[in-house]
Structures are given as C-alpha cells and as structure tokens.
Design a binder for this molecule. Structure first.
Ligand SMILES: *Cc1c(COP(=O)(O)O)cnc(C)c1O
Length: 475
C-alpha cells in the first residue's frame, strides 16, 4: 500500500458521523465538540500517514477503521468533558480536609440546594406580605435561637467576615490583638494583612508566648489625637491551627470581657471553627459559640464549613447595633452569599435545634464521633468484599480533624493497610487516586492506609470495586 491509497482509505467525516456510536456521543455531548475532536483526530492521522516510512503503512491501516476512530474520539471526548470539580472519596482520615472541600453536607442541606437551585425562591421576598425582603433575614432567627446572640449576618467565608467586622468597627482606629494570636490560616489569610486591608490599625500587645490583661490595658488610647488614633475594639483570635506550649499565658475571654465593659470597647472574637455544641464528652476541648456569646463577646465570627459542618460561609453574631452597621456597610454587597449557600446553611442550622440530630446527621460531627466499632465494621466489610489477592490488614491509627482546627487533637481511628506483591505502595496510591471516582489514600511509615472514619458507608462498595480491579492488574 502506498501513501495515497492509505489517505484515500480514511473515512470521511460525514460517513463516520452516521455510525450509531457517534450519534449517541453527539446526543450526550452536543455535535460541536464531537465534530471538532473527530476533525483533529483525522487531521493527525493524515499527518502521520504522510510522515510514515513506506514499510509501516500497512500496519497503519487498522488505526483508520471507523471502529478504532470511534474509540479514540470517545476517549478524548470523555477526558475533555470530564468535570474539573469531581467527587472524590476521602480515605485520609482528616475530616475537614481543606484540599478536598472541607465539610461534606448533610442530606437535608443537599435536598435544600436541590430544591432551591431548580427554580425561583424567596431569597429576597416576603411571601406572607407579598413584598420585597432581605436575604439577611433568612437565617438570622435560627442563628440567634441556637447561639443566644442578639443579631447575625452571613458573608462568604470567615476571611470576609473578619474583613467586614474590622472595616465597620475599626476603620482608621486601632484594634488591639495579642502577639500570640496573629494567626496565618492556610493560603494567604493572615490577621495582620486582613486588618491592613480593612483600614483598621493593628495594635499588637504582649509577647509571642505571653499576653497579660495589663498589656491590653496599657495599649488602650481613649481618644484621637493628632499623633495617635484611638482604640476602636479589643480582639481575640482563636489559635485554630497551632498551639503555644511551655511558658505561656493567654488572657481569657472572660478577662477581656471585663476590660471591655470597663472601657466601653467592643470585644471581637474570631473563633474560626464554629463549634456549636459542647463536645468535651468526645474529647474535643474547643470553645463553643454559645458559650462565647454567654461570656459576653460583642461580636463572634467563624466559618460555616469547619466544625459547624455546613457550606462555605462566614458567620457573624453579636450586638444588634454593631451587626446593623455591617449589614449596611458597602462591603456587605461585595461579600454576600448566594441562595444555594443560604439553602444549605439554613438546613444545617435547623439540625442544631436538637443536639442528637446534629451529631447524627451532620457528616463532620458524625465522622468525628464515629466509634471504633463502627469503623471496624466498615473495615471488615471491605476485607470481605476484596477477592483479588491484595493483602489487607486492620491497623489502629490516629486521625485528625484538620481544616486548621484542633491541631494537637488525635482521634483513635481504624485504617486498612493495603499492600500487594505486584504493586509498590506508591503505585497503589496512584491507581486509587486515578480510579473513576478518585480515592485519596495516605502513606504513613511506608504503609498505604485507607482510613475508615472519612469513608462514608455508601462509598464502601466503590472502594471494594476499585481494589478488586487494581488487584487484578499488574504493575
Ligand atoms: C479558618 C479560620 C479563618 C478563615 O476562615 P475561612 O472561612 O477559611 O475564610 C479565620 N480565622 C480563624 C481563627 C480560622 O480558624
């Protein structure tokens, strides 16, 4: 066969598109992407043929049959049309995994997103009165009921909450923060930088390891002078993702509350993780939101997607006069959240009306409190389902909550250590990660571990199938 003969054998675009397989692809993805991938593919076949040595031409015939072209197009198309944001299975044991989207949502939150996203909604509409409403009212009552706060507002995330709180209370004035609490939370969130962006002036007090009440007292400036702006607020930031140990001293919220009453300065508390219920019986010694409100913080702010277990959001609670100023601040519009977030947040908050319901139905709380028995049971089901010659061993591990919370806390957990004669640990990890539903495992001391805590019941069968497939393949 010569080059021209082979070129003539390439089927035409139109004839290929008549193949039933192609009609189906066009139905699924639309005709334009199918045609454009087909044209690119045929173009590259032509160039390959033109560049080929004469004695390889015969061998190329197969690659231009309709069936093979169809398979090639299908593979490229599936790759191209695959979403970039995909569900994955978290087998790392880190409950609030920042790279894996922090908090999975409760069923009722998912139902709410589905219902609200499908059509129109009462986002800014009062149904009883038939009048315009405000999105600020959607979850305010729930938040005040659950936490005891006077007023509430929701923005995009806790970084946004910090921004609007500081801008509305402290712009042009000093806000006093302990040096030991100038946190950096992942990426680019640093308290000093956010403060600068907000227009408030950071007044650091104390030393890294010790800040005493008198450090705050001394730093207070009562009224503006030409040389020095006055103090607008006292601020406490929860040390979410680190701990200072050894020779340390931290001024308590209660002490700051007394100082704020004496000086008439608002007390702002960035709590970070938004723990809504006392979970000390589960070994989680974190301050919870209702207690902070009870102690008397004037403004409390935290994330919606950390220990609260809801969608990404920044929640601000506190004194009505201060929250009202934030609602009418120009930043409020820039930082506002959309209806899907409100749908998920409202449904999540409703679960908090009953502590047991919250712990059972909010995935983050459910996973944190999951017993070793339940985890052992998941591990046994996995072992029973895998029949492909992988070796699997139940091991005890230490899980963490993650997401920049409770840095020192380790939860006793159960993992499966998976190994194989045919695959290295790194290759097993990679194959699981490239599974059609990616399974993100972790490697610890040369073991490939699948943590049971963060694998949902409904995901066990997917993991079994993936392991069985991997077990059958060779390196
Ligand atoms: C996580 C955290 C933030 C940032 O919250 P995002 O919701 O991620 O913007 C701010 N402050 C503290 C103390 C935190 O723990």
């Amino acid at each position: 066969m010569n080059t021209q003969d082979l070129l003539r054998k390439i089927p035409s675009v139109d004839s290929i598109l008549m193949e039933p397989g192609f009609l189906e692809l066009m139905e699924q993805y639309g005709s334009m992407p199918v045609k454009s991938i087909l044209q690119q593919l045929l173009e590259s076949k032509r160039s390959q043929i033109l560049a080929a040595e004469p004695d390889t031409l015969d061998a190329m015939q197969d690659s231009i049959t309709s069936t093979n072209i169809f398979n090639d197009v299908k593979i490229s198309l599936t790759n191209k049309m695959q979403a970039n944001l995909r569900p994955v299975i978290n087998a790392t044991g880190t409950v609030l995994h920042t790279n894996l989207g922090r908090a999975p949502l409760a069923m009722s939150a998912l139902d709410a997103i589905d219902g609200i996203g499908r059509g129109y909604s009462s986002l800014e509409y009062k149904i009883k009165e038939g009048k315009r409403g405000s999105r600020h009212d959607l979850v305010e009552n729930l938040l005040t009921e659950i936490t005891g706060a006077e007023a509430a507002m929701v923005v995009n995330n806790n970084a946004a909450a910090t921004m609007i709180v500081l801008a509305s209370i402290g712009s042009g004035h000093e806000i006093i923060v302990s040096r030991g609490e100038l946190v950096e939370i992942g990426g680019s969130f640093r308290i000093p930088e956010i403060m600068e962006e907000s227009g408030a002036i950071l007044r650091e007090v104390g030393a890294t390891n010790k800040t005493k009440l008198r450090d705050y007292k001394r730093a207070i400036v009562k009224s503006d002078t030409d040389k020095h702006p006055s103090t607008a607020a006292l601020m406490k930031v929860h040390k979410s993702n680190y701990d200072i140990v050894g020779f340390t001293e931290e001024t308590s919220l209660q002490e700051l509350r007394d100082l704020s009453l004496d000086t008439n300065l608002p007390l702002i508390y960035d709590m970070g993780n938004g723990l809504m219920i006392d979970m000390s019986e589960y070994g989680i010694q974190e301050p919870d939101v209702p207690s902070a409100i009870r102690t008397g913080a004037d403004v409390v702010l935290f994330s919606g997607d950390k220990l609260l277990g809801g969608p990404q959001a920044g929640i601000i609670l506190g004194r009505k006069d201060l929250i009202d100023k934030m609602k009418t601040h120009p930043l409020a519009r820039a930082l506002r959240v959309d209806k899907l977030t409100f749908a998920a947040l409202e449904a999540t908050l409703r679960l908090y009306l009953d502590k047991d319901k919250a712990i059972n139905e909010i995935p983050v709380l459910h996973m944190i409190t999951e017993s070793l028995d339940v985890q052992n049971d998941k591990a046994s089901r996995l072992i029973a389902g895998v029949n492909s010659g992988l070796s699997m061993q139940i091991v005890e591990t230490k899980d963490q909550i993650g997401g920049g919370t409770t840095p020192m806390l380790r939860l006793d957990g159960i993992s499966l250590s998976v190994s194989s004669d045919k695959h290295s640990i790194a290759s097993l990890e990679r194959k699981l990660r490239l599974n059609s539903v990616p399974i993100i495992a972790h490697i610890n001391e040369d073991r490939l571990l699948l943590s049971m805590r963060t694998i949902a019941d409904s995901e066990i069968d997917i993991v079994i199938e993936a392991l069985n497939q991997i077990g059958k393949t060779n390196e």
